[in-house]
Ligand binder design. Structure first.
Ligand code: GAR
Length: 191
């Protein structure tokens, strides 16, 4: 059986789309079996429907605690026999329940060269700081924000002054790095 991936996202879902497309065309030798979204109505859900990928959509506020909604998510990951969780713009800190049950199998993409510029506004923070080499990081998820072991990084050199242009460049770098990294992680798993 092919490895089974779930992608967690909160918004636009361009990284979800690239991962789904790569699984569909065989670039990644895996099945993307679930999209988990904490913002019902986010565009990532439309993208998932187009790929015929089931969506687990929830609102955190409908649960008593983080542990409760993460238990619901982890139960579904168990049912779907998920091997790897890819966070792709999932704007929540992963809590104890998911780390206890899926720790070591959750990776995240971050639009900066960690450990510089962690957090939710990395591109803007790096731009305002005035760096000349930006980049993208893929890392394992642990209990620190953007703090787990780094798996892959790619630099993006930019000396211009247009943040929209910079964002486009960083997203393009993400869309190359994420499928390539997932693919190589999975092939190493199988060795
Ligand atoms: C991506 O740039 C991703 O790196 C970032 O959110 C964006 C989601 O875009 N994640 C973080 O900032 C995590 N700290 P997408 O919804 O189009 O994939």
């Amino acid at each position: 059986m092919k490895p089974r991936i779930a992608v967690f996202a909160s918004g636009n879902g361009s990284n979800f789309e690239v991962l789904a497309g790569s699984c569909a065309d065989g670039t990644i030798d895996a099945d993307l079996v679930l999209c988990v979204c904490d913002k019902p109505g986010a565009f990532v859900e439309t993208r998932a429907e187009r790929f015929d990928i089931p969506v687990l959509s929830f609102r955190a506020r409908d649960f008593e605690s983080k542990r409760d909604f993460e238990r619901m998510i982890a139960d579904r990951l168990d049912e779907e026999k998920v091997d790897l969780v890819c966070l792709a713009g999932y704007m929540r800190i992963i809590g104890e329940e998911l780390l206890e049950r899926y720790g070591g199998r959750i990776i995240n993409i971050h639009p900066a060269l960690l450990p510089s510029f962690p957090g939710a506004h990395a591109i803007k923070d790096a731009f305002e700081y005035g760096v000349k080499v930006y980049g993208v990081t893929i890392h394992y998820v642990n209990d620190e924000v953007d703090g787990g072991k780094i798996i892959a990084q790619t630099p993006v050199e930019y000396t211009g002054s247009d943040i929209d242009e910079l964002e486009t460049m960083i997203h393009a770098a993400e869309h190359k790095l994420y499928p390539a990294t997932v693919s190589s992680l999975l092939s190493n798993l199988n060795k």
